[in-house]
Design a protein around this ligand. Structure first.
Ligand code: GLU
Length: 503
């Protein structure tokens, strides 16, 4: 099988298009086939290299690698349509020669007027065929006279076009509703329907999976395949990705592009897994019930016959659910590295070296099981860097909890125990907590709440078993680690006890 993703580089990669790319990739990889990236940049005004670069980066980030494409080459290149103009010209000439295409001299103004008239009369707005009857000699004379015609495909006058869509079943169009489409514009660039047929045929594409917004183009393309003597591929039209109100997912629903979801702090494996679930299910007949499946396993299980054709709604809650799963199982060093931009955005500037990264990775256990997205990591780890006893005690909730019976004695005992203790790991922390318990007679909440307030400066947060060792590991880091200063538990307890005294 040979499959392709053919984006137009006119903006950012939309998640709906990323899903199209993914389904093509899954089928190619699952079948041992080839995945091709082709850049459809014939619209010179709207296409940019910057957008192409962004799409390439986003596809790579998602892990959708290709075997042939503009950057990696391949036997069927070039893979940018702007570099294939000679091919479109030559196939258009072939159609002209066989009288399957003709020159069209109609001006934009004429065509606009024709369209408006048809719409006003309630007729389908299709080309009326004005230039169909111009003879070759007449056309040659007009070109010699300086006119620059477009080339139109002569759509056969009768018959239905029927194709079997791998997702939607048999699809039928009447030829008489299809006006003769332009295949080559007067200025030279090919029309989408023509370029796509020439390219898919020459690139030996066997399966075209794309959005159903293209389904009305498919009969034109099938006619062009036939006229050029090529065999059409299998088509599969995917229902579009919708917003919660069941209109196509767009800016007014919020984030729409892969880049936006990346910057919100979703992991690529979560986005890929979630996109695969829109309109398809990895659940195997009689197999495991699991929807959270790594990409290679998705590819192994993927088949077009289990792709549904009802519209899929993009549900960010479900994406967050997938993300939580992948955050929990991700390598903490990777999460530490991926979190850096979010720390810097939150004003916690850092440029960690290996020891600094190892520390952050260690601290990540406080966050990775309890956040939806990487952008929430800095808030979750803020207790490492922003400790200040006086600020903590200015929080009414902290003050209220410190007013509880026995709370002060816990803090005093904690400060005294820590003054003599080495830096804490989990076991040492438990031993110290037991000492404080023995000295004060407090237990449970009455013991651990004051300890939490004194050591983290807040009434809520991660488990102390995770936070305390992380704080003390941070406190031992040299400045060269590139991490902002972390005040140790000993110093925190002393400062908190002191601030309480001064109240
Ligand atoms: N360039 C077209 C698009 O981005 C490709 C459509 C197709 O796959 O044929 O919509």
């Amino acid at each position: 099988m040979r499959l392709r993703f053919a984006p137009s580089p006119t903006g950012q990669l939309h998640v709906g298009n990323a899903r199209t790319a993914l389904f093509n990739w899954l089928l190619a990889r699952g079948s041992g086939g080839t995945f091709i990236l082709r850049i459809e940049d014939t619209d010179a005004e709207r296409s940019t290299r910057e957008s192409e670069g962004g799409i390439v980066r986003d596809l790579r980030w998602l892990g959708l690698n290709w075997d042939e494409g503009p950057d990696v080459g391949g036997a069927h290149g070039p893979y940018r349509q702007s570099e294939r103009l000679h091919l479109y010209q030559s196939y258009a000439k072939e159609l002209l020669g066989a009288d399957k295409a003709y020159y069209c001299f109609c001006t934009t103004a004429q065509l606009d007027a024709e369209r408006q008239e048809a719409v006003a009369a309630g007729r389908p707005a299709r080309y009326s065929g004005t230039c169909r009857r111009i003879s070759r000699d007449q056309a040659a004379a007009r070109i010699a006279g300086g006119e620059r015609p477009a080339i139109r495909f002569r759509v056969p006058e009768e018959g239905d076009i029927v194709f079997s869509d791998a997702v939607r079943g048999d699809v039928r169009f009447h030829a008489d509703v299809i006006g003769d489409p332009i295949i080559l514009r007067a200025e030279g660039p090919p029309a989408y329907n023509f370029a796509v047929v020439v390219d898919d045929a020459l690139m030996a594409v066997t399966h075209v999976i794309r959005g159903e917004d293209h389904i009305s183009n498919t009969p034109r393309q099938i006619l062009l395949y036939e006229a050029l003597g090529f065999t059409p591929p299998t088509f599969a039209h995917l229902s579009l990705v919708m917003g919660p109100d069941h209109s196509p997912l767009s800016k007014r629903h919020g984030a729409t592009s892969v880049a936006e979801f990346r910057s919100k702090g979703y992991l690529p494996e979560a986005l890929v897994n979630y996109l695969a679930l829109i309109g398809w299910s990895p659940r195997e007949a009689g197999g495991s019930d699991d929807e959270l499946v790594p990409i290679d396993e998705l590819a192994r299980r993927f088949s077009l016959d289990r792709v549904g054709h009802s519209a899929g709604v993009f549900d960010e809650e479900k994406l967050a659910w997938a993300n939580r799963h992948y955050l929990k199982i991700a390598d903490p060093v990777r999460l530490a590295e991926l979190s850096l931009p979010y720390f810097n955005d939150a004003g916690v500037r850092m440029t960690p070296n290996d020891a600094g990264t190892a520390f952050l990775a260690f601290a990540m256990s406080m966050a990775s099981a309890s956040v939806d997205r990487l952008s929430q990591v800095p808030a979750r780890l803020a207790l490492l860097f922003d400790y200040d006893a006086a600020t903590a005690l200015s929080d009414p909730r902290v003050r209220e909890e410190m007013g509880a019976e026995g709370a002060r004695s816990v803090v005093t005992a904690l400060a005294e125990e820590l003054a003599l203790a080495p830096r804490l790991d989990r076991e040492r922390f438990r031993a110290v907590a037991n000492q404080v318990k023995a000295r004060t007679g407090q237990k449970g909440k009455a013991l651990f709440h004051p300890i939490r307030l004194a050591l983290t400066g807040r009434a809520e947060g991660p488990e102390l078993d995770l936070a305390v060792p992380a704080i003390d590991r941070g406190a031992d880091l040299p400045a060269s680690a590139g991490i902002p200063r972390v005040l140790g538990c000993r110093e925190r307890a002393a400062a908190f006890a002191q601030a309480l005294e001064e109240q």
